[in-house]
Design a binder for this molecule. Structure first.
Ligand code: MRU
Length: 351
């Protein structure tokens, strides 16, 4: 199938290094950073040069490849994989895709080491695993996009929060995938993008990538969502997620919960789009999802200048949890899941 997606790729493995699009600089500057060490990758994840649950997982997988590359024998190589996975797991706490991808490369390393192969073959095998994580994400997102699009009609208004687009994934995104597919099929969907304070992923990234692709996107400040809903301009909300608990509670960018409550108050369906790698059956409810808190400066100095008094107390959680009763459906690569979420999510993994 031909594709209209012509967005920037957030991660490119090339000539033994990871070329990473520095998302902090968008939309003003397009800069690829050559990452060559596991420390480079940790730092890129921590400082949001790469962000978005699937993209973080992909970056971490390449980070393990970079970290273990200098090993001079198989045992050293295996130790490096374990050590670097543990190190990268400390970069951000909420997106479960990070831990999922690290578990996957660790399992691949164990498998490879058990095959009595050469050190070079083991290193190449691990790289192929990281490449597979990236390319499978692209396939997965197209499927998510197709399922999501089946819920939308021509000329609908759809609101999204944060950035769950091509920049947050290998390609297409999760919540933004249906908009790319709609464009490809000649459908017109009017997208409303919340700017997403404090880091402005909606303004800097979602508005940027959709606008660049010629998709009808209107940027609003976060506190305008209720108003545009009350005007009848929004027929559905779709967001991505960093972790879905076993009971269907959803952690996503701070502000998502408020949007979900507003959607329910206006009788608007609230959809969550994610790959299976974002669903964490080990975490029973949203209350157990670790919520990252970030620096006060993101809130007080977010616009290139100080916008709050020196010394004021700041609370800056990067994510919130939307209880499952606000979620109309979770859209995955295996289909559209509705309540009861606990039973239906468990079934999804046993199919
Ligand atoms: O802090 P960020 O920018 O990494 O937060 C990203 C989000 O909350 C996304 O909605 C989520 O990771 C899904 S990306 C497909």
């Amino acid at each position: 199938m031909t594709t209209l997606y012509n967005g920037l790729q957030s991660l490119i493995w090339k000539d033994g290094k990871l070329d990473l699009l520095d998302q902090r600089l968008l939309p003003e500057e397009i800069v690829y950073l050559p990452l060559t060490t596991v420390q480079d990758v940790w730092e890129a994840i921590f400082h949001l040069k790469v962000r978005g649950a699937p993209a973080i997982g992909i970056a971490a997988a390449y980070g393990v490849v970079l970290g273990s590359h200098t090993a001079s024998n198989l045992q050293e190589w295996q130790e490096a994989v374990i050590r670097d996975s543990a190190y990268l797991a400390t970069s951000r706490p909420t997106a479960v895709n990070l831990f999922w991808a690290l578990d996957r490369v660790k399992a691949a390393a164990l498998r490879l080491a058990g095959q009595s192969i050469t050190l070079e073959a083991a290193k190449e095998g691990l790289l192929q695993e990281a490449i597979a994580i990236q390319s499978e994400d692209e396939e997965t997102n197209r499927l998510i996009g197709e399922y999501a699009l089946s819920l939308f009609k021509d000329d609908m208004g759809v609101l999204t929060h944060c950035n769950a687009g091509g920049l947050a994934t290998a390609k297409y995104g999760t919540a933004l995938a249906p908009f790319y597919l709609a464009k490809e099929q000649g459908m017109s969907i009017r997208v409303f993008a919340d700017e997403t304070r404090p880091v402005l992923q909606g303004a800097r990234l979602t508005a940027f990538e959709l606008h660049q692709a010629g998709i009808d996107v209107t940027l609003i400040c976060d506190n305008m969502a209720g108003m545009v809903m009350s005007k009848g301009w929004i027929d559905a909300v779709i967001v991505g997620t960093d972790r879905v608990a076993a009971n269907g509670d959803v952690a996503n960018k701070i502000g998502t919960y408020s949007v979900a409550v507003l959607a329910k108050a206006h009788g608007i369906p609230f959809y969550v789009a994610c790959p299976l790698s974002t669903i964490d059956l080990e975490t029973p409810t949203g209350a157990e999802i670790p919520i990252e808190e970030r620096s006060a400066e993101e809130v007080t100095n977010g616009f290139g200048k100080r916008t709050a008094p020196e010394g004021v107390k700041v609370f800056n959680p990067a994510f919130d949890v939307t209880p499952n009763e606000y979620v109309t459906a979770i859209i995955t690569e295996k289909g559209i899941i509705q309540a009861p979420f606990k039973e239906n999510l468990a079934k999804l993994f046993h199919q």
